[in-house]
Design a protein around this ligand. Structure first.
Ligand code: ADP
Ligand code: MG
Length: 701
């Protein structure tokens, strides 16, 4: 543990604004700030100066290498390290790093998924520095956050569309603010705070389970006698081992400038959460990636394994990532915060209703943005929001909106709005809005909390959709208002808000999202319920999706189709690995224990009978009967799983293959698991070659 104070530690490994201001020549610093603000590219000369200063700083921090750190479409991060060395003729070495090396890289990245994009252009891609996210030093390497593109300029990563979507929202939000009379705001950004859930288990136990090693989740395992029913873990006292881990994790994150703020135990045994302080979306996304990476690293150091999978254990809660999201101006004003004046509140209502319209109109895309094989186990189970997207606003806010919805006569419009502004809006507190934990998209006082994202994936995708969809809403609203004279603006605005609400209020729902009644009601309202990734994916390439993304230059049609292919392909690949792992684990690990226990019980019964044929062996018989009937079920279900997996693999169409994996293979795996778990429940641990749920979930001290 470090002896440095937190202020000394915080950001100590980051080439942040303070360091840049301190070390860069004034003109260079100014040029860089301008580049960041305008999103333009750097002059090579400026880049050279920055690179030289950055290198000196990085070497002081112990760096010998640099890397262009990027986020390919796998959803993970990627890096290739180059050293700074330039050997000299006299046998000595110089440490060098040029502006060119800083701003552009050419990783030989032909193995990253491109959905066919690169095959048709160039095998290689290039990385380009994103100066809006600060560089940092980690493990002796200078990390430069970059975007990853093909030579044709198509994005091959998660960062490029995110930056494009932030620009789109910026553009539309500023124009809307101008229309509402704001003449000073220059830029609007989105802020994101992503709460991260995770499990910690003992590393030695983890290493003994192929399912955890290969798939990140348990594919079999009878439940422990105790689960989460007592809810005694939630916010409970931290165990010393977990507390030591969290302490170290905080320090590592603080060094990297990641504002880790809150840590606590979650509802499920062995489950925990970390919440950072919110930041600009782009940086928050990078920082969430660093957080996940550090969680794994620090856990390993503490002889634990950190599980980020959405559903590591059956029968207890899985893990998600709540994306808290808001819109803020460069003047520091949160546009989703009810204001103190009528004008501020008009502005609030415009942005609020724009979000409502966006979420309703593009609900399917939001659903796609959180689709993953892991998250399929979570959404719709009674622990996470359902797969139906709805918005929770809280009673107070909803009653205001319904007043608007019911219609305000034009003469009264201004007056009513004044009333709304003066009396009601400023009284929102989190307490009155943040009580519904079952809503997938909840207004929590001055931000929205999107609760559907899974724990293991990048939060870039949901942000891309939200930003783009809201930009689109704002644009449509502006188009309707443009040309209205100033004295009629309030009036037209109210009518527009009313009309927009009428169109989209079906997405508002304050009740319990976990109930079947809601699902029936949602269907009546025509809200989409896309239960799985294969169900959701086609929405990505529907005409209106293509129209949306191309209109705002977020994705070209080629890029969208590439992403569609990649996501479906990854989905099938993952379940294929799960199927093979389950078969392997059952045939080798489980069967060894099963047979040896059966043979011991048989021997025991025979011995007893030999000793005296009046001694009862009914208990042994019952055990053997249960185990043999399980064995038969296991044998039959394994065979079916193997056959169906082979047949799924031979399906050429990406979409159809994913559906097969979802409908057939997962069901087959469930059958195998049921049979195995019935047997496992009565086999003593000493016979099994892998640790069971009770050990995995309850052994950390
Ligand atoms: P909760 O009740 O969910 O714990 P908190 O107020 O503690 O609510 O916030 C949870 C997360 O929301 C934190 O990561 C916090 O930084 C983030 N957050 C707060 N305000 C904003 C905002 N304006 N924009 C984005 N995220 C925010
Ligand atoms: Mg939360």
């Amino acid at each position: 543990m470090s002896k440095a104070s937190v202020p000394e530690l915080y950001g100590s490994m980051v080439f942040n604004d303070r360091i840049m201001k301190e070390r860069l020549p004034k003109a260079t610093y100014k040029a860089l700030r301008k580049t960041i603000a305008d999103g333009t590219s750097l002059e090579l000369e400026t880049a050279n100066t920055i690179a030289a200063v950055m290198k000196e700083w990085a070497i002081e921090k112990g760096a010998t290498h640099f890397t262009h750190w990027f986020q390919p479409m796998t959803g993970f991060t990627a890096e290739k390290h180059d050293s700074f060395i330039t050997p000299q003729e006299d046998g000595s070495v110089l440490m060098s790093f040029s502006g060119k090396e800083l701003i552009k890289g050419e990783p030989d990245a032909s193995s990253f998924p491109s959905g066919g994009i690169r095959a048709t252009f160039e095998a290689r891609g290039y990385t380009a520095w994103d100066p809006s996210s600060p560089a940092f030093v980690k493990d002796g390497t200078l990390y430069i956050p970059t975007a990853f593109c093909s030579y044709g300029g198509e994005s091959l990563d998660k960062k490029t569309p995110l930056l494009r979507s932030m620009d789109a929202l910026n553009h539309e939000a500023v124009r809307m603010l101008r229309l509402l009379g704001n003449t000073t705001v220059k830029r609007v950004d989105t802020t994101v705070g992503s709460e991260q859930e995770y499990f910690l288990i003992d590393k030695d136990l983890y290493m003994q389970r192929k399912d955890l090693l290969f798939c990140g989740r348990t594919l079999l395992g009878a439940p422990a006698p105790k689960g989460q029913e007592m809810e005694d873990h939630y916010f409970g006292v931290l165990k010393p081992k977990v507390s030591a881990f969290m302490h170290d994790l905080d320090e590592e994150l603080w060094k990297l400038g990641v504002p880790a703020k809150t840590k606590h135990n979650e509802v499920a045994p062995a489950q925990h959460e970390l919440a950072p302080i919110f930041e600009t979306a782009n940086i928050a996304v990078d920082h969430n990636q660093l957080t996940m990476e550090m969680m794994k690293k620090v856990a390993d150091r503490h002889n634990m394994a950190c599980l980020l999978h959405e559903k590591p254990f059956e029968g207890i809660n899985g893990s998600g990532k709540h994306v808290n999201w808001s819109i803020v101006t460069d003047e520091g004003e949160n546009l989703l915060e009810p204001g103190k004046t009528p004008a501020e509140n008009t502005q609030f209502l415009v942005f609020l209703i724009a979000v409502i319209a966006a979420v309703d109109k593009y609900a399917k895309l939001l659903r796609v943005s959180v689709a993953s094989a892991g998250n399929d186990h979570r959404l719709g189970a009674n622990e996470a929001p359902p797969a139906v997207i709805s918005i929770f606003l809280g009673d107070e806010l909803e009653s205001i909106l319904s007043a608007i919805d019911k219609g305000i006569s034009p003469e009264d419009a201004e007056h009513t709005l004044m009333n709304i502004g003066a009396k009601i809006l400023p009284t929102f507190t989190k307490d009155t809005t943040d009580r519904n934990r079952t809503s997938p998209f909840a207004f929590t006082g001055n931000k929205f909390e999107f609760r559907m994202p899974g724990s293991s994936v990048s939060v870039a995708d949901p942000n891309v959709i939200l930003n783009t969809a809201v930009a689109d809403s704002l644009r449509h609203m502006r188009k309707e208002l443009e040309g209205t004279s100033e004295d009629k603006l309030q009036d037209s605005l109210m009518k527009l808000l009313q009309k927009t609400l009428k169109e989209h209020k079906r997405v508002l729902f304050n009740g319990n999202g976990y109930t079947d009644e809601w699902l029936t009601e949602a269907e009546k309202r025509g809200l989409p319920n896309l239960k799985s990734l294969p169900d959701a994916m086609p929405a990505l390439i529907e005409d209106d999706s293509i129209a949306l993304f191309t209109a705002y230059h977020i994705f070209s049609e080629t890029e969208l189709r590439a992403r569609y292919e990649i996501l479906l392909e990854n989905y099938s690949k993952l379940i294929h690995i799960e199927s093979l792992t389950l078969q392997d684990m059952v045939k080798k690990d489980f069967t060894t224990g099963l047979l040896s226990y059966m043979s011991d019980v048989t021997a025991e019964a025979l011995q007893k009978q030999e000793f005296s044929d009046t001694i009862s062996v009914s208990y042994e018989k019952e055990i053997l009967e249960t185990l043999s009937s399980s064995s038969e079920a296991i044998n039959a279900s394994l065979k079916k799983l193997a056959e169906d997996t082979a047949s799924a693999e031979s399906e050429a169409d990406e979409q159809k293959r994913a559906v097969k994996y979802h409908e057939t293979i997962l069901a087959d795996m469930e059958d195998v698991r049921k049979a195995v778990d019935t047997a496992e429940a009565i086999i003593p641990q000493e016979y099994l070659t892998y640790p069971t749920y009770d050990q995995l979930l309850f052994s950390l001290r």
